[in-house]
Ligand binder design. Structure first.
Ligand code: SAM
Length: 295
């Protein structure tokens, strides 16, 4: 187990590496960032007595409650992008008493959402501005908190009720939503929730997401052996096609077939950049059934 000072040194070493490259979002600092965050997490656990750490974990429920309220009131969308707004004005806009709203936002400020340039005004932080300006980020917030959140509460019940079942309709999600449908069939019947799920996926698998850089470096996509017209990638359960679109933008000739359920395919076709038509194609296909022509 590393000591506190060893962890602190690791944090310093990686922080210096990141600062030397001058940009926090550069893919070049990915490993240093992961090492820094891991050491910071370890330090948070090791730097306090067990009771204190346990309390901090248990009370993190207040973070979730604050984020759910921010989402429900659409607070990011009501704060000007490049200016501040008085708490009193914001309170009128969202129909919530000013003292409660102020307390909620001050708590959110400690989590990195919003800033308070003066004691009577609120403005954006980088994170709350992202929620205001990127609809996929706001959808990801709602999907995690309101789609997956209730299922997490049902998880202990699901463990005892469904045991070792691998059926897609025997899950905590089924208990939380009182449905016999698997999550994707359920979302297909609830278009707004399905749309929000798709938006969240676009964020997770888009440029700002966590795995696209690993995918790009994991395979020689641009080599002449692979980047040819007769090289076809089938993106199974590919959602709105953000991964295939990114790969198509990175390559010149390789082609992509994105397979998913009808609503995702429809939205994917709608969002496909014109310049990629002909190289990225969408197909409605259930991945539990053998594809036509598959060996
Ligand atoms: C977690 S999402 C991932 C989406 C996409 N691969 C991405 O990274 O953005 C899983 C995808 O699988 C699709 N899916 C679920 N069940 C499916 C089925 N039986 N046949 C085809 N696609 C399915 C969902 O509609 C959803 O788009």
């Amino acid at each position: 187990m590393p000591s506190l000072t060893e962890l602190a040194r690791e944090i310093l070493r990686n922080a210096e590496l990141i600062e030397d490259t001058n940009t926090i979002s550069s893919p070049d600092v990915g490993e240093a960032r992961i090492a820094l965050l891991n050491a910071t997490h370890r330090l948070t656990i090791e730097a306090q007595p067990p009771t204190s750490y346990l309390f901090s974990q248990l009370w993190s429920i207040t973070d979730t409650f604050a984020l759910r309220t921010i989402y429900a009131l659409k607070l990011p969308q009501h704060v000007p992008h490049a200016d501040s707004i008085p708490y009193s004005t914001l309170s009128t806009l969202v129909g919530v008493p000013v003292d409660k709203l102020t307390r909620l936002i001050r708590y959110a400020v400690t989590l990195g959402f919003f800033t308070e340039p003066t004691p009577s005004h609120v403005a954006h932080s980088d994170t709350s501005r992202l929620l205001a300006t990127n609809p996929d980020a706001f959808d990801a917030m709602g999907m995690i908190l309101n789609e997956l959140g209730p299922a997490t509460h049902a998880f202990p019940d699901a463990l005892t009720r469904f045991g070792t079942s691998e059926e897609p309709n025997e899950t905590a999600y089924n208990i939380a939503n009182k449905t016999d449908l698997g999550i994707y069939d359920f979302l297909a019947q609830n278009p707004e929730r399905g749309r929000r799920f798709g938006g969240a996926m676009r964020l997770f698998s888009g440029d700002g997401g966590s795995y696209i850089q690993q995918l790009l470096s994991a395979f020689p996509w641009t080599s002449p052996t692979h980047d040819r017209e007769d090289f076809v990638v089938v993106d199974v359960g590919g959602g709105h096609g953000s991964v295939s679109v990114k790969l198509a933008e990175t390559t010149k000739s390789m082609r992509f077939v994105v397979q998913d359920m009808a609503p995702q395919v429809q939205e994917g076709r709608r969002l496909l950049p014109e310049k990629l038509e002909g190289r990225v194609e969408f197909q409605v296909h259930d991945f539990f059934h053998r594809a036509k022509g598959a060996g």
